[in-house]
Ligand binder design. Structure first.
Ligand SMILES: C[S@@+](CC[C@H](N)C(=O)[O-])C[C@H]1O[C@@H](n2cnc3c(N)ncnc32)[C@H](O)[C@@H]1O
Length: 220
């Protein structure tokens, strides 16, 4: 099935709120657990960058799992960042988390030597996927950890419908629509492999971790 792009930024307030209110706890806890599995025995990460942080649910979970880590989260959508600030405040993480509004590529980021770059569900929004890999390379210190998770585009429309039924049967219509569009816009693991190789990140690995997710991880 051909990739069908969706808009990059999630600027619509209703859309952002529906996304922020959805229960992604299983996938987001898995994100944090898989990160730990991929980088075992690390003494800790000083400062970490979350690309396309959205409403900061992943960022908050990651911050709680890494209490010594400071985090910068960047997103281009004001509606998402307002929700992210609320989540950060509610989690009492204001002293460890900075939220930055910026469109990638081109956004001004405060750091050039991040110890880890993480990103969940940004890649499928990007018209030029190299933006994610190049941003990570440009802003991380050599040897920093890179961990990205995203949706996996199914082979066929029938399979796409099946996944929407399986994972979003009871979701509000807006969220169901977005999940469907996102699956259609997602990159496949073989495409991600080519992206990593083209970005000079050939040592990074790609693995399928559920019926609709893959991860990419390695050292920058
Ligand atoms: C599906 S959400 C994922 C949010 C969060 N990482 C999570 O997993 O809950 C994708 C986010 O990426 C942001 N985004 C998409 N393209 C972007 C770009 N080119 N620059 C900055 N942010 C972008 C959107 O505004 C949206 O908040």
């Amino acid at each position: 099935m051909e990739r069908k792009p969706e808009p990059e930024l999630m600027e619509d307030e209703a859309q952002a709120l529906a996304y922020a209110q959805a229960d992604f706890s299983e996938a987001h806890d898995r994100f944090v657990a898989l990160f730990t599995e991929c980088f075992p025995g690390e003494p800790g990460f000083g400062i970490c960058l979350d690309l396309g942080c959205g409403p900061a649910d992943v960022l908050v979970r990651f911050a709680r799992a890494h209490p010594a880590c400071r985090l910068d989260g960047i997103d281009g959508a004001a509606a998402m960042l307002a929700l992210a600030q609320r989540a950060v405040d509610a989690a009492r993480l204001r002293d460890r988390v900075r939220l930055i509004r910026g469109y990638l590529p081109g956004a001004e980021l405060p750091g050039r030597d991040y110890d880890a770059v993480i990103s969940n569900s940004l890649l499928h929004h990007l018209a030029a996927p190299s933006v994610l890999w190049e941003t990570a390379k440009r802003h991380a210190r050599p040897g920093a950890a890179l961990f990205v998770m995203d949706l996996l585009r199914p082979d066929t429309l029938a399979r796409l419908d099946e996944l929407v039924e399986r994972h979003a049967a009871d979701a509000p219509p807006l969220l169901r629509r977005d999940f469907r569009n996102s699956l259609h816009a997602a990159y496949r693991p073989d495409e991600v492999r080519l992206q990593l190789d083209a970005a000079g990140l050939g040592s990074c690995r790609v693995a399928v971790v559920s019926d609709h997710h893959w991860i990419a991880f390695g050292r920058l």
